[in-house]
Design a protein around this ligand. Structure first.
Ligand code: B12
Ligand code: SF4
Ligand code: SF4
Length: 304
């Protein structure tokens, strides 16, 4: 099998429209690096039972793709050029087309383009579609670091970016350095994200290791929680789908460029969504990240 050139892959990825690309050697993530067991033991996954399954596979992509040698990590920035107005807020990641669809299309495009140069290349694309920890692979691929707000932060695009991977059985000529491991890039410990969270959902699991207690988090409750009522103590600050508060507080997101232009038409649609009837909402949620919730959850999140 041919050894593929990392800089060729990166330049194809950028041409396709990804914001950044790096490649890490496939290996097992230790509990120290990815304290999944500790997080699950505390029940911080709330009712996301899928996080309890395949945890060994989630740590080791070689169990996901037999013979995997490399993980190609892709970043797709999504910061919009303006925010929606009005009393209700939707997290910025849901402003545009459903990222699962968009990213998957781009990942397949990338695989096809690599195959043109290396016909024996075999790779499987992932974007929230299998047990693999996107953030850790982005960090290992030298693209940035994980902040106390638990998000992957890119030095240029901040944390407003989606992540995806191609796990491949091919080896590459050069693996990127994990810059976060030698402190070249790290979270600056300002704690602004922790202070900003209105629900105290960012908690210290062990000394200096912060995780999200999903039970308390607005993002979890407005998207993943299927109960009839939201917890009475939840302070959403107007977010009816997802939450961006701990990202907006982070200094690394202040000077980042916009990567998505929010048209007047789309902005109006987003602003009128809380008042939409079921038919209109169902029409909107197709090809949107809002497809994750049903109409009754929207109404519950709004409070009527
Ligand atoms: C489950 C999940 C959720 C849950 C739980 C969140 C959580 N942090 O665990 C809920 C529903 C709450 C959620 C919310 C959101 N999510 Co989410 N979510 C996921 C999912 C599916 C798995 C995450 C996971 O493995 N959690 C388990 C815990 C144990 O692991 P962890 O969160 O990675 O945390 C560890 C590391 O941060 C590490 N760590 C911390 N600091 C350091 C420092 C160093 C040096 C090291 C080595 C390690 C380290 O320790 C932590 C504890 O284990 C991923 C997709 C995927 N397959 O990876 C998307 C994902 C993380 N989500 C994403 C997004 C966009 C969001 C939201 C921003 C959406 C929104 N606006 O509402 C919020 C953000 C909330 C937040 N502050 O994290 C993106 C994040 C992109 C990015 N730039 O990081 C992902 C990667 C999806 C994607 N493909 O793009 N999410
Ligand atoms: S997404 Fe919102 S509720 Fe969840 S940890 Fe961040 S600020 Fe807190
Ligand atoms: S707000 Fe401060 S502590 Fe939180 S992730 Fe950003 S740099 Fe790190």
């Amino acid at each position: 099998m041919s050894i593929i050139c990392s800089s060729t892959i990166k330049s194809i990825a950028l041409k396709i429209g990804f914001s950044d690309c790096g490649i890490a050697q496939a290996c097992r993530l230790s509990e120290e690096e990815y304290p999944l067991d500790g997080w699950l033991a505390e029940g911080y996954n709330a009712d996301m039972e899928y996080m309890m399954h395949n945890s060994e596979m989630r740590r080791d992509p070689r169990l996901l793709v037999e013979g995997a040698k490399s993980v190609i990590s892709l970043v797709l920035a999504y910061k919009p050029d303006r925010l929606m107005d009005g009393p209700f807020k939707i997290a910025q990641y849901a402003y545009g087309e459903d990222y699962h669809e968009r990213m998957k299309r781009m990942l397949y495009q990338l695989i096809a383009a690599i195959k043109e140069q290396y016909p024996d290349f075999e790779g499987r694309p992932f974007v929230d579609t299998a047990p693999i920890s996107d953030r850790h692979w982005a960090m290992r691929a030298g693209l940035g670091w994980i902040g106390h707000n638990n998000l992957f932060i890119h030095p240029t695009f901040g944390s407003f970016c989606f992540l995806g991977e191609i796990v491949t059985t091919s080896e590459v000529d050069h693996y990127s350095d994990n810059k976060a491991s030698n402190n070249e890039h790290t979270c600056n410990d300002c704690m602004l994200c922790i202070e900003a969270c209105p629900n105290h959902a960012i908690v210290e699991l062990q000394d200096g290791v912060y995780v999200i207690n999903a039970r308390k988090c607005t993002s979890y409750n407005t998207i993943e929680n299927r109960s009839e009522q939201l917890p009475t103590e939840l302070n959403t600050r107007g977010f009816i789908f997802g939450c961006d508060i701990c990202q907006l507080a982070c200094p690394y997101n202040k000077e980042t460029p916009a990567s998505f232009s929010l048209s007047d038409e789309r902005k109006n649609k987003l602003e009128s969504l809380p008042y939409a009837d079921e038919t209109l909402f169902n029409k909107f949620r197709k090809h949107s990240a809002l497809a994750r919730i049903k109409y009754w959850q929207l109404k519950r999140n709004i409070g009527y």
